[in-house]
Design a binder for this molecule. Sequence first.
Ligand code: NI
Length: 190
Amino acid sequence: MALLPIVTYNDSVLREKTEKIDENSESLQTLIDDMFETMYNSSGVGLAAPQIGESIQLFVVDADAIPDEIDEPNEGPLVFINPVIIETSGEEVRMEEGCLSIPDVRDDVLRPLNVRIEFFDRDLKKQEREFTGWMSRVIQHEFDHLQGVLFLDYLSAFRRRLHRSALKKIDKGLLETEYPLAPKKQGNVT
Ligand code: NI
């Protein structure tokens, strides 16, 4: 297993359209293990493949480490391959989000309470599940990564401006984190 450096918000790979995964392989399984290790090392609850520089439809989630959500079922580590959101439902809920690719920036995002999602698990078995609450939140955030969407995109221009200096710092590679970040590449998008 290996720790993978995490790419930060201004890297173009976070904005690309991701490719479908069409077969299981040893390298896919290793990548999944490495993504879990990388996520746990950075105390994250979800990690999408573009965040480690792979433009493919894969994300991992382990969102049980939130003590005030113990009323929700304990799912443990989950792997989502080629996910498709079938529907969202329930009220729009405001909840604070952060992102390992946008360290030190947190803000409230409105999202629907429930999500029904079709995906392939790590054995490439097809699944269809409905999630609610915190799990649903994390899954919607990670799913967005596969569409090139970041939680910042939901913020008003005013809220984004409040984060401008923090974002600049990330962009210049000046931010210190407790987990490894990928070196900045040319060809940034904003
Ligand atoms: Ni994120």
